[in-house]
Design a binder for this molecule. Structure first.
Ligand code: ATP
Length: 348
């Protein structure tokens, strides 16, 4: 008997291929909280001729449209950025007080690796990033993340999605960061046929701050006045969220293609989360299954993931916690929404 032709998912663009040769393979491993760095240095000083001010570190924000950039001393910022990375500090998952203490002991000079093996400073290199996508609120880039080795773990080097807030949408990104912190590990890790991963793994939410700048060893001479001006610009620099790169956007799905994606929404709801804006833009696909080595994966066995939790709800905090009945209502509505919006019929 002839077997039925297998349906491969519709996707918006061709499956991910490295456009930049030096880009490492995607980081796929789960990194426990105590291995995430306290600081991340972002290299972002090479934005092509004529544009020394990075769009990524300093996205266009309404504040500039209203007041222009004149209030900020961009000459000094440029001088700083040409020679130094921008240092960000981890906000979520919140570093534990003990690890901060331990970190500070090391940061004071003499202990490059902390005693508990806590990695101090990671690096993101945005100079050669690939554009992954953007929404109404964000710009998402693929860039290499490096974490130093610790006393009991090897270094980490892999490509991750860096989601930056555009305009003044930091609140959505912060909500998303909190949701990622609340996800249980089993939603992020692929555990085989019956329990595929539902959402990307996340590697923390980071913010540029005065304190992080003060802890940075700077290349070049900066006067006190210049330091103050740099701190003013830092207040406008976007926060960012690091997440696993999980493939390319799907196109609306037909018939049976919808089943695996709807079952991911079901698992998300069973774990007491709501995504908040289901649409084909917020579902990505890559060759699977993820449990086998990369060379053996194919789009005939697709691995889907749900993205974008800016408008997400969780039973762990906020309105989802205060009003469980509201959360239950949203889950029901979201399932109907997902059925309609992921379907090709919706578009005709
Ligand atoms: N982890 C990821 N892996 C692969 N692609 C991604 C990832 N995160 C984001 N993208 C791409 O970037 C696009 C924008 O991301 P996202 O939907 O999270 O942004 P947003 O600004 O919150 O969107 P919206 O306008 O729906 O609020 C996605 O549609 C997807 O194509």
């Amino acid at each position: 008997m002839e077997s039925a032709p297998r349906l491969t998912p519709r996707i918006k663009s061709s499956p991910p291929e490295r456009k930049i040769e030096s880009m490492p393979p995607n980081l796929e491993e789960f990194i426990p909280e105590d291995r995430l760095p306290y600081y991340i240095d972002v290299y972002d000083n090479d934005n092509g001729p004529g544009s020394k001010i990075s769009r990524l570190v300093l996205p266009e924000r309404p504040v500039y449209r209203h007041f222009g950039l004149s209030g900020l001393n961009l000459e000094i910022w440029t001088k700083f950025l040409e020679r130094n990375p921008v240092r960000f500090v981890r906000r979520f998952p919140r570093p534990s007080p003990a690890s901060i203490f331990d970190f500070d002991k090391g940061a004071n000079g003499n202990d490059p690796k902390s005693t508990s093996g806590y990695p101090k400073i990671g690096q993101i290199d945005l100079r050669n990033h690939e554009y992954l996508g953007s929404g109404n609120h964000s710009y998402v880039a693929l860039a290499p993340l490096t974490l130093p080795s610790t006393t009991d773990a090897p270094p980490v080097h892999g490509a991750v999605a860096v989601k930056l807030a555009l305009f003044d949408e930091g609140e959505l990104l912060m909500n998303e960061a909190k949701i990622y912190c609340a996800f249980p590990r089993e939603l992020q890790e692929d555990r085989g046929f019956d329990l595929p991963s539902v959402v990307p793994k996340s590697y923390g939410y980071y913010q540029a701050s005065h304190g992080a700048f003060e802890s940075q060893s700077l290349v070049g001479e900066f006067t006190n006045y210049e330091r103050k001006e740099i701190c003013k610009v830092l207040q406008h620099v976007s926060t960012f969220l690091l997440i696993e790169h999980c493939g390319v956007q799907i196109d609306p799905l037909v018939g049976k293609e919808q089943e695996p994606v709807l079952s991911l929404f079901k698992r998300l709801h069973e774990a007491n989360f709501v995504q908040g804006s289901p649409s084909p833009r917020n579902v990505v696909v890559q060759p699977g299954p993820l449990t086998v080595p990369k060379g053996e994966r194919s789009l005939h066995k697709p691995s889907y993931r749900i993205l974008d939790f800016g408008r997400g709800l969780s039973a762990d905090f906020g309105i989802g916690r205060k009003h469980p009945e509201f959360l239950a209502e949203r889950k029901e509505a979201e399932m109907k929404w997902a059925q309609e919006r992921l379907s090709l019929n919706e578009y005709f």
